[in-house]
Design a protein around this ligand. Structure first.
Ligand code: 5GP
Ligand code: MN
Length: 335
């Protein structure tokens, strides 16, 4: 769905543009942001990607990552860019609260907000919104935004293609999730034709663990996994001490929840991490089990049907217990 079509001609002349994405960006958030960044630069715009936080180390090879601006490190410079920006792209989020400390900055900014996103229940804050909850990734929407809305498939070069490939690959669990339609594979084929080095991207993302991270995975599998067979559910609960023991940094817990889901018969999996300032949880499911509804109703969050997240300021055990107490509500899906 495209709303605000009348504003699309704004990009005909060079503009000052900021690209924003959600807090603790993942592969899709960064891939879609940097893909759009490189395309807008090619079109002659003055573009900056401003982030609210760091991101996983396995994304640090992405073309353009050295140009990223971290708001907490350079608040004055970032604020000036927001003051001057004619357009602020909002990628891979549809609720401003997902940008954490950037929320008040984006709200106060005078520039037009252009949202490109695939999350459910978008908030009404954008002048242009290009939104489809059936899209597998925001990077897929950036692809069609460039190729179809701006009719510039030829403008997608190898650098842009690598960024967009990364976004689609990570948000589809390497083309495994239900969202991986034939249309997604057609786009992926076009990205490879445009020069995305698919094998190299897989290496960079999945074969770049440190020894410590792998040992941390082993530790979690042995010590932190709990299976609740009667509800076909499994979860990891990681305490502050667990994280300290392995000096865990952003991204080290990425993908852990999928190990819980990989157990035969398990249909709902959770990861609960005590990040000191709050408990962050991630849910993954198979079939119709609504992770987004569970997160929205009980854990101050949201997301997609089969992948959602939330947070709580209560202590880890309380949050885990609440999760368990919620399971009977979803008995029809889980038993
Ligand atoms: P993850 O579990 O990987 O952090 O997030 C999975 C999906 O859940 C994300 O794509 C995002 O849509 C959603 N999500 C994660 N955390 C939150 C949150 O705190 N609030 C909302 N609304 N959605 C979240
Ligand atoms: Mn996404």
């Amino acid at each position: 769905m495209l709303q605000g079509e009348e504003f699309l001609t704004e990009l005909a002349k060079p503009k000052k543009i900021i690209i924003t994405t959600h807090h603790k960006p993942d592969g899709d958030a960064l891939g879609s942001s940097l893909g759009l960044y490189h395309w807008l630069k090619k079109k002659g715009h003055d573009v900056h990607v401003v982030l609210s936080s760091d991101f996983p180390a396995f994304l640090e090879w992405m073309p353009g990552f050295e140009t990223l601006i971290y708001y907490p490190e350079q608040p004055d410079r970032a604020q000036q860019l927001f003051d001057e920006a004619a357009i602020i792209f909002c990628l891979d989020y549809s609720a401003l609260s997902r940008t954490n400390i950037l929320e008040p900055v984006i709200r106060a900014a005078k520039g037009q907000k252009w949202m490109i996103d695939h999350h459910l229940d978008p908030e009404d804050f954008a002048q242009v919104s290009y939104w489809d909850s059936n899209a597998a990734a925001t990077a897929q929407l950036v692809y069609t935004f460039i190729a179809d809305v701006y009719n510039d498939k030829e403008g997608i070069d190898d650098v842009i293609a690598s960024c967009l490939y990364t976004g689609i690959m990570t948000d589809t669990g390497s083309f495994r999730f239900k969202s991986t339609t034939s249309a997604v594979h057609h786009i992926i084929a076009n990205l490879i034709d445009a020069g995305a080095r698919n094998w190299e991207i897989h290496e960079n993302i999945y074969n770049s663990s440190t020894e410590n991270r792998l040992k941390f995975l082993g530790y979690c599998l042995l010590n932190c996994l709990e299976v609740i067979p009667e509800y076909h559910t499994a979860l990891f609960a990681l305490t502050r001490e667990d994280l300290q023991k392995f000096n865990v940094t952003t991204g080290d817990t990425e993908g852990l929840v999928n190990y819980a889901l990989s157990i035969k018969g398990i249909r709902l999996a959770g990861l609960f991490v005590d990040r000191t300032e709050l408990i962050k949880l991630s849910l993954r499911s198979i079939g119709d089990i609504p992770c987004n509804e569970i997160c929205k109703k009980h854990f101050n969050g949201g997301g997609h049907l089969n992948a959602a997240g939330g947070n709580s300021t209560e202590d880890l055990q309380t949050v885990v217990n609440r999760f368990k107490s919620v399971l009977p509500e979803y008995k029809e899906y889980l038993t």
